[in-house]
Design a protein around this ligand. Structure first.
Ligand code: FE2
Length: 428
């Protein structure tokens, strides 16, 4: 018997012994310590980490690569970002959106991200960006799976015809219902924002992912409303609260009550380290809050947490290149998850935990009979991957190589040594 592909001497996350991984017809055919058969193509991983693909669980594809259009965010704040985006929105065209998104998806794929959940702003009577992204979702299926969230950037109740635009977005084919309760004009409108998202989700039998409590205001408490609705509507496992930065600022008594409720509701939480640390704490003098939600404590409370890139060169975050491993490394710093096991566990936030959030676990992971989606990192362990942010040497989707990277090499020459020696950044 012969296979299409064998990755030899691969190290799997949390497994000490090396394995060979055989792929046939786009699926993992066999995972064993020593596969004697041959394959059309063989890659020797030489002990490198072979991981399921990375997942960007929260990004705004409609806004990517618009930094500086029509102007740069001079204050760096969330509110100026929303203002600049409202100035950019009228000039959105199908071609403009598609061109930027297709390019950015290539960036993410090159770095090992094969699943993306993107919010798309539906506060646009023409729904231009949504229509373009619905086309992109289909066009990139060979390299990346995209879920689209109907996202009311300017509010469901606070924006003209907000409810109708949300409904229209679902009718056009959005995968997930979004919301933005903390941004509505009043507390009551915020509660209604959440209730409306649940009503729409039930009507279309869809999952929910709301931007929720994305503020430093400790009185912003809509995540609890989402949890109560989740339990009352029987939507456990299907609901995600994104950002939840106010949780950073809640007093501990309330925060721990809320975390227990989130666990009971089977809710997922998504943190976005780049945007959270850059956009929150802006009204502080010193000390300045980090802003990111309580990732470490949520995990300890049994809540599933995943990460997103959120912004890539847009009005809110001018930098970034779509590297989820860099997002995970930043979360590690910001959330004090630098214990040895914690560093290794951080990889889960952009892999298995995110797969649970996107509810794709049945077809995700390096297991026999699942789609052969994986990447080979130029590092032996998750710990080393999070330290080095190494090249993603090979990225495979359904057994086909969709991206490859040649790692950079550094050389240092001492005086009198013209050849020099390579720098590996590793303790041998
Ligand atoms: Fe967001």
């Amino acid at each position: 018997m012969s296979f299409d592909l064998i990755i030899r001497n691969a190290r799997l996350h949390r497994r000490n012994t090396l394995v060979d991984i055989a792929v046939t017809n786009g699926k993992f055919a066999r995972i064993a310590s020593d596969i004697s058969e041959s394959a059309t193509r063989e890659i020797d991983a030489v002990g490198r980490l072979v991981s399921p693909p990375f997942i960007d669980a929260h990004v705004h594809l409609d806004a990517v690569l618009t930094v500086g259009q029509p102007r740069y965010n001079t204050s760096g704040t969330l509110l100026e970002g929303i203002q600049i985006w409202s100035e950019r929105k009228p000039s959105l065209t199908r071609e403009d959106v598609k061109q930027r998104v297709l390019e950015e998806v290539r960036w993410e794929v090159a770095q090992g991200t094969l699943h993306i959940r993107s919010h798309v702003d539906v506060c646009d009577p023409a729904l231009t960006a949504l229509r373009a992204l619905l086309e992109v979702r289909e066009e990139v299926r060979d390299i990346c799976d995209i879920q689209l969230v109907a996202f009311p950037q300017d509010g469901i109740l606070s924006f003209p015809n907000g409810r109708e635009l949300m409904r229209k977005a679902m009718e056009l084919g959005c995968d997930i219902v979004g919301g933005i309760p903390h941004y509505e004009w009043t507390r009551d409108m915020g509660v209604e924002d959440v209730h409306y998202a649940f009503a729409l989700a039930k009507e279309f039998n869809r999952d929910i992912d709301c931007h929720c409590d994305e503020t430093d205001d400790p009185h912003s408490r809509f995540t609890e409303v989402m949890a109560a609705d989740t339990i009352e509507q029987g939507w456990q496992g299907r609901v995600t609260a994104s950002h939840c930065t106010a949780m950073h600022s809640y007093d501990n008594a309330y925060a721990f009550k809320l975390m227990r409720l989130l666990a009971r509701a089977g809710m997922h939480v998504i943190a976005n380290p780049f945007d959270n640390v850059v956009l929150q704490g802006r009204f502080d003098t010193y000390p300045k809050r980090r802003g990111i939600t309580r990732v470490k404590e949520l995990l300890a409370a049994g809540v599933n947490v995943a990460l997103g890139h959120d912004s890539i060169m847009d009005p809110w975050f001018p930098l970034g290149r779509g590297d989820m491993l860099a997002a995970a490394q930043l979360a590690l710093f910001l959330c004090h998850m630098s214990g040895y096991d914690e560093i290794n566990d951080v990889l889960d936030l952009i892999t298995t935990n995110a797969a649970k959030t996107l509810r794709i676990s049945d077809r995700y992971g390096i297991d026999e009979d699942k789609p052969a989606d994986f990447l080979v990192l130029d590092a032996p362990t998750a710990f080393e991957a999070l330290r080095l942010l190494p090249a993603r040497l090979h990225v495979f989707k359904q057994g086909r190589e969709v991206a490859s990277t040649i790692p950079a090499r550094s050389n240092v020459k001492r005086q009198g040594d013209d050849e020099g020696g390579e720098v590996t950044y590793r303790i041998e």
